[in-house]
Design a protein around this ligand. Sequence first.
Ligand SMILES: Cc1cc2nc3c(=O)[nH]c(=O)nc-3n(C[C@H](O)[C@H](O)[C@H](O)COP(=O)(O)O)c2cc1C
Length: 186
Amino acid sequence: MSKVVIISGHPNLNESMANSKIIQILGALNNTHVRCLDDLYPDYKIDIPAEQAALIDADLIIFQFPLYWSTYPAIMKKWFDDVFTYNFAFGPEGDKLKNKKVILSITAGATAESYSEGDFNFMPLDDYLESALHPLKAAQVDLVDSIVTFNMNSDTNEGGNVDTVNRLVVEHADRVKAAISHTINR
Ligand SMILES: Cc1cc2nc3c(=O)[nH]c(=O)nc-3n(C[C@H](O)[C@H](O)[C@H](O)COP(=O)(O)O)c2cc1C
């Protein structure tokens, strides 16, 4: 049976509404292994061999993260910096992740409309994500899906709504589950 690894880039899941619940739902699926970077590496000292081994072992890698300034949080950036090394993810022998199936699963606090020219977030989210995708492109992974849910704002001081987030979490997890079964059954 195909193995799925979920790399969680939330910096503090104890204070998360959306990512913590999505991870709970997805982590309960068969043959799914969750690696929560905040829990594993509170000091940001990444165990590179362990991370590389987990990626090699997986048939499908899911990157689960909240959008922070239109990219992944710092701990996930550090993880990419450390784990995507020469001759692992790029370079003459850097084909260890080549054709590995990858899904991005992203929560965003802003509205979808705000990601447009002249609006609060200035340009489409896909444009921002180009640099976030750079290490994955270099590693020649097979990016099968990017699942983004906007309005994941549970902070009532910032106009958010907990009930809305709870509903969106279930819808988001359903979309990721569908993408997982589509990917591992194709
Ligand atoms: C430092 C920081 C930066 C953020 N930047 C963005 C952003 O650029 N775009 C956006 O849509 N949401 C942004 N948000 C909102 C988060 O994406 C949102 O709170 C998160 O997805 C909710 O997930 P959680 O409940 O698991 O924390 C930001 C939040 C923080 C704390």
